[in-house]
Ligand binder design. Structure first.
Ligand code: ADE
Ligand code: ZN
Length: 342
């Protein structure tokens, strides 16, 4: 009986039309492709096999992950590499019935290695256009600022992106959170808002609630990435609920980076019950052990989520997207059709 219920739920989850709002394209680099690109580009990796790479993916905190993440991205050198990376991600999530994605890229991680900004962004945009054409996955691209670097670097990066203004959805903020508060980036976020970009920031992953307040009040973010630590501050939760702010939560990431010790202790269900607009996302799927679909399946099991919770998570993803009203309405129709037929 229990087995039948689980199978039923797995089928229900598979058919949910999903939206991924928190995905670092460089974090979707699977070890197999990492090896292939290393060979293609004559880059030496400090590993002998795919198994050795996977075994190295054990992290005590965010920084330990970031050290390997920046090391891994060194195999990405050409426009073709960025295309192949993005295409591989889209083909994988098409299997999860992902219908729309808004993905981050970290240009500073590439330009500081001598890779031209144009090659990075053109390669990604090529693959996103193909994903729309071949897989029916709509998308947006978010330029993410590395917060451990000075704001001057961020301003120069935004400047380099100006010719692509119309093909960018937004500006994000990622990398080492503690010690690099949102207040460090007031000017670059103001500039992005003036350009009409959507703005978002990683906040409250490892950083305190004060960083979330800063993201809201100083950066005036349209969306919050992670936001787990908002739960420590009831006034902050009230504000996020009142504003209908979307939080892009990443359960398997939180487990791998020890933001939570055990998935059964993950705050996702409490966040839903408080009325926060939480969504499910994979963050860096190749490092954290699962796509968005695997994140849905893992939390459904660990937190004993039912169909209503899962449907609400999928709905929050659609509503939290920065897509056109027409696309969002079409995705809501897909969701409603799934709910009435399964
Ligand atoms: N860059 C890639 N993944 C990240 C995460 N989870 N937090 C901060 N920076 C990141
Ligand atoms: Zn992230």
């Amino acid at each position: 009986m229990e087995q039948a219920r689980q199978t039923d739920l797995a089928v229900f989850i598979q058919g949910l039309p999903k939206v991924e709002l928190h995905l670092h394209i460089e974090g979707s680099l699977e070890p197999e492709l990492m090896f292939e690109l290393a060979r293609r580009n004559g880059v030496t990796l400090p590993y002998d096999s795919v198994e050795e790479i996977r075994a190295a993916y054990q992290f005590a905190n965010l920084q330990e992950f970031l050290d390997l993440y920046y090391q891994g991205m060194a195999v990405l050198r050409t426009r073709q590499d960025f295309h192949d990376l993005t295409r591989a991600y889209l083909e994988r999530v098409a299997q999860d019935n992902v219908r729309h994605v808004e993905i981050f890229f970290d240009p500073q991680g590439h330009t500081e290695r001598g890779v031209p900004f144009t090659d990075v962004i053109e390669g990604i945009l090529d693959a996103l256009a193909e994903g729309e054409r071949d897989l029916g996955i709509s998308s947006g691209l978010v330029l993410s600022i590395l917060r451990h670097l000075p704001e001057e670097d961020a301003l120069k990066t935004l400047e380099a992106a100006l010719p692509y203004r119309d093909r960018l959805l937004g500006l994000g903020l990622d990398s080492s959170e503690v010690g690099h508060p949102p207040s460090k980036f007031i000017r670059v976020f103001e500039k992005a808002r003036d350009l009409g970009l959507k703005v978002m920031a990683h906040a409250g992953e490892e950083g305190p609630p004060a960083y979330l307040w800063e993201a809201l009040d100083l950066l005036k973010v349209d969306r919050v990435d992670h936001g787990n630590r908002s739960l420590e501050d009831p006034a902050l939760v009230a504000r996020l609920v009142t504003e209908g702010m979307t939080l892009t939560v990443c359960p398997l990431s939180n487990l791998k980076l020890r933001v939570v010790n055990d998935l059964t202790k993950h705050p996702l269900k409490s966040m839903l019950d408080l009325g926060l607009k939480v969504t499910v996302n994979s963050d860096d799927p190749s490092y954290f052990g699962g796509t968005i679909g695997e994140n849905y399946r893992a939390v459904a099991q660990a937190l004993d989520l039912g169909r209503d919770d899962l449907a609400q998570l999928a709905r929050n993803g659609i509503e939290g997207a920065f897509s056109t009203p027409e696309r969002k309405a079409a995705l809501l129709d897909e969701l409603n059709a799934h709910l009435t037929t399964s």
